[in-house]
Every structure is written in structure tokens, then in C-alpha cells.
Design a protein around this ligand. Structure first.
Ligand code: NAD
Length: 416
């Protein structure tokens, strides 16, 4: 069953518009993106052949500030997926009340099929193709699925070479040596951790005695699994694209991180106490806290009924479809929505951008303190609205985020 994430976003906007009694003219505005660029990216492959990839950059809204959003490299990337992710970024930056808009980009490619040289040429040509659409006061990309600090370094260098000077503020998630921020790499996981701590407190749960399952073992999934394992939680299962590992006694997360950081798949890790588990089975395995941290559309109407946990903490963007959301709500499972739960990444990206522009860098203490202040401020606001109006955390988060964007549209007016 193919679910189009852009249709999911439009459905979510309808739900919130109804709750807020929004004017249909405004709703039209919210369901559109400002601009989309589709580019062809010719790459000279190592074997001498030319291969052409398709890439995208979408700005959903710059009404509250420059566009902000990641770049993903994956075989399923298409324009509608990027549009949906760009709109989620608009809500995320608005929910945190950052002076930024929403954007997203990507290339339809399986980076595992490329050599390092091919990946660099692909990244540099993509950056050149979208160069007029990005910039520190226009739109600032960051890492996302299958992209990392090295790819951001190539993007920053390509942009700077074309402009004739070093412009670190064009992307975030860069290596620290060239204007990156301490704490950016772990920021999304750290934000998830702060929000989960706060959620457990509200529900009267002791975090360290909760059992955890994490889907996706990359930047987001790996970091949250590691933080929770250090907290003392039992991590029952984790997975990557190859499948997952399960142990009722809990997994040794640091050992597994060492393994996957060397480029290995979880399925190839040998430990007789661990059982192999498919991604499908993993999602419906009983635990206290389920963290989908891989892709969108993982919890759907097909498997939502079989999900057995107290909290779904959305590390990925759009992992739960609106129909599944309804089912989880009925089952009284608390869903901490993506635009709140995983917003630590964009929050520290914002700090990186501010540091680059001011050419003055903060230490890790200040980064984590500011991140905690902003993300927990948003959490408290969302929780309060959800209780007052007796609505889900997702609808509450959307209402707060959408209201700020709508207010900006009203204040600025429609040009000309
Ligand atoms: P990543 O590339 O570092 O890791 C992705 C992980 O998911 C890998 O372990 C990969 O093997 C696994 N995966 C890929 N396809 C899968 C599949 N079909 N089934 C199961 N697992 C699969 O990416 P990331 O940066 O950790 O991003 C993960 C999610 O979090 C994405 O939805 C992304 O948009 C979202 N996100 C990332 C950030 C960030 O700062 N990196 C911030 C907010 C949200």
C-alpha cells in the first residue's frame, strides 16, 4: 500500500483547520508550497559512464524567515515526499517559534551504490543546480536520511567556491572544524530524550524502568537508543534497513553502534542471545516506548491495531498515518508527534546558523541548556493545549504552529 506523504499532510491540515475554524482561503495557502525546483544531476561514474539523477529543493514557506530543512538521498525520494517534509518543517520551526520557515530537498538515489568520489560529484553538482535557491538568508539545508556532516561540508564548499568566499551559514550539520556546532550531531536524539523525560513525568512513569524499541539505527535512532540505554532503560529491539535484533534481556547498544558505524548491517551482527526480527514484527512487539526513527508511513491502519506500547515517540518525520493516528488515540497510546519530538535537530541547526553568522561559538553546555529550554517550552505549551481542549498532542502541536504561520500571513498580507 503506497501512501503519499503529501496527501497525509493535507489531511492533517484539514483536521487542524476544522479544529481551529480556519478560513478556507488560508487553508488553501497552507496546503501549497511556495516554490519547488526539480533538477537533473549528471554524474560521471567511476566506470566512465554518465548517469543522470533527479534532485529536488522545495521551500514550503518563508513567511516567518528563511527556509530550513534537510537534504535526503534515498531511492524513494520524489517531489510529493519532499513537499510533505518541507511543510512539516514549516510547522516544526513555527512550533519552536524559531525565526525560520520550512524547506526540504533530496536526490532520488541509493547512496550505497556510489563510490565516495561519485557521491561527492553528485553532491557538488546538486548544490550547483540549486545554488540560486539556497543561502544563509534564503534557505539553509541540513543533513537528513543518508546524508551527513561530510556531505554538508561538500555543499558548503561548493556554495562558497561559487560565491568566491567562505559562507559557512549556508548549511548546518557541518563538521565542527569548518563552522559546525558542538551538539548538532546528537541534537535530534537529545531533543527526543528531553521530551520523553517530560512526557514520562506527566504520566507518572519512571523513565529508567521503561522498555524501549527503536526502528532505524542511524543518527536519530542510534542516538536515542544510546541515551536511553545509558539512562538504564532496557532496549528490547533496534533495526536498520536490513532488519532488526531482539533480546528480552536487552541489547548492548554501544556494541551495536560500533558495529553499524563501521558500515555493517545489524542483521550480520552475531550474538547467540539476540534474535533476528523483521521491521514489520519489530513495530508490533510489546514494549513501553516505541520510537519509529527511520522513515515516514511505518505505522499505518494495517498495523496500528497490533501496536502494544504506552508511548510512541516519533523520531522520524511522518511515521504515523492519520488513520493509524486515530487508532492509536482510541487505544489510549500517547503519540508524541514528530514536529515536537524530533525538533531538537532543527533547534540546534538554528544555533549553528546563529553561531556562523555571528562568528562566535558556544560550548556544549550552552547548546544543551538552550535546546532543553526551547524544546521543553514547546512541550509544555503543547501538553497544556492538548489537556485544555481534550485533543491529541499532534493536533495541539499543529494548532500552535499553524496559528503562528497564519498570524504572520495576516500581518504581512498577500502581495501585491
Ligand atoms: P540516517 O540515514 O542517519 O538513519 C536512518 C536509519 O533508518 C538507518 O539505520 C537505516 O538503515 C534505517 N532505514 C532506512 N530505511 C529503512 C526501512 N525501510 N526500514 C527500516 N529502517 C530503515 O537518518 P536519520 O538522520 O537518523 O533520519 C531518520 C529519520 O529522522 C528520518 O525520517 C528523518 O527525516 C528524521 N529526522 C532526522 C533529523 C536529523 O537531524 N538527522 C532531524 C529530524 C528528523
Amino acid at each position: 500500500m503506497e501512501i503519499n506523504p503529501f496527501e497525509v499532510v493535507k489531511k492533517q491540515i484539514d483536521i487542524v483547520a476544522k479544529e481551529m475554524g480556519l478560513n478556507p482561503n488560508i487553508v488553501q495557502f497552507l496546503k501549497r508550497v511556495e516554490r519547488s525546483l526539480i533538477v537533473s544531476i549528471p554524474v560521471l561514474m567511476d566506470n566512465g559512464n554518465l548517469k543522470i539523477f533527479e534532485g529536488y529543493r522545495v521551500q514550503s514557506s518563508t513567511i516567518r524567515g528563511p527556509g530550513k530543512g534537510g537534504v535526503r538521498f534515498a531511492p524513494h525520494v520524489n517531489l510529493d515526499e519532499i513537499k510533505a517534509l518541507a511543510i512539516w518543517m514549516t510547522w516544526k520551526t513555527s512550533l519552536l517559534n524559531l525565526p525560520l520557515g520550512g524547506a526540504k530537498g533530496g536526490i532520488c538515489v541509493d547512496p550505497r551504490d556510489l563510490s565516495k568520489g561519485e557521491l561527492e560529484r553528485l553532491t557538488r553538482r546538486y548544490t550547483t543546480e540549486i545554488i540560486n535557491m539556497i543561502g544563509p538568508d534564503i534557505d539553509i539545508p541540513a543533513p537528513d536520511l543518508n546524508t551527513n556532516a561530510q556531505i554538508m561540508a561538500w555543499m558548503m564548499d561548493t556554495y562558497s567556491m561559487n560565491k568566491g568566499r567562505s559562507i559557512p551559514g549556508v548549511v548546518t550539520g557541518k563538521p565542527i572544524e569548518i563552522g559546525g556546532s558542538v551538539g548538532r550531531e546528537s541534537a535530534t536524539g537529545m531533543g527526543l530524550y528531553f521530551v520523553l523525560q517530560a512526557m514520562c513525568e506527566k504520566l507518572g512513569l519512571e523513565l529508567k524502568s521503561q522498555t524501549i524499541i527503536v526502528q532505524g539505527f542511524g543518527n536519530v535512532g542510534g542516538t536515542i537508543a544510546s541515551l536511553l540505554s545509558r539512562e538504564g532503560c532496557k532496549i528490547l529491539a533496534v533495526s536498520d534497513i536490513s532488519g532488526g535484533l531482539y533480546s528480552s534481556d536487552g541489547l548492548n547498544i554501544e556494541e551495536l553502534l560500533n558495529w553499524t558505524r563501521q558500515g555493517n548491517y545489524l542483521k550480520d551482527f552475531k550474538n547467540e542471545r539476540y534474535e533476528f526480527i523483521t521491521n514489520l514484527k519489530l513495530l508490533t512487539t510489546k514494549c513501553d516506548i516505541l520510537v519509529p526513527a527511520a522513515l515516514e508511513n511505518q505505522i499505518t491502519q494495517v498495523n496500528a491495531n497490533s501496536i502494544e506500547c504506552k508511548i510512541v515517540l516519533e523520531g522520524a518525520n511522518g511515521p504515523t498515518t492519520p488513520k493509524a493516528d486515530k487508532i492509536l488515540n482510541k487505544k489510549s497510546i500517547h503519540v508524541v508527534p514528530d514536529i515536537l519530538a524530533n525538533s531538537g535537530g532543527v533547534c540546534v541547526s538554528y544555533f549553528e546558523y546563529v553561531q556562523d553568522i555571528r562568528a562566535y561559538f558556544w560550548d556544549l553546555n550552552r547548546i544543551n541548556k538552550e535546546l532543553k529550554r526551547i524544546i521543553l517550552g514547546a512541550f509544555e505549551e503543547v501538553y497544556k493545549v492538548s489537556k485544555e481542549k481534550n485533543i491529541s498532542l499532534r493536533t495541539a502541536a499543529y494548532m500552535i504552529a499553524v496559528a503562528r504561520v497564519v498570524r504572520a500571513i495576516e500581518l504581512r498580507g498577500v502581495f501585491p
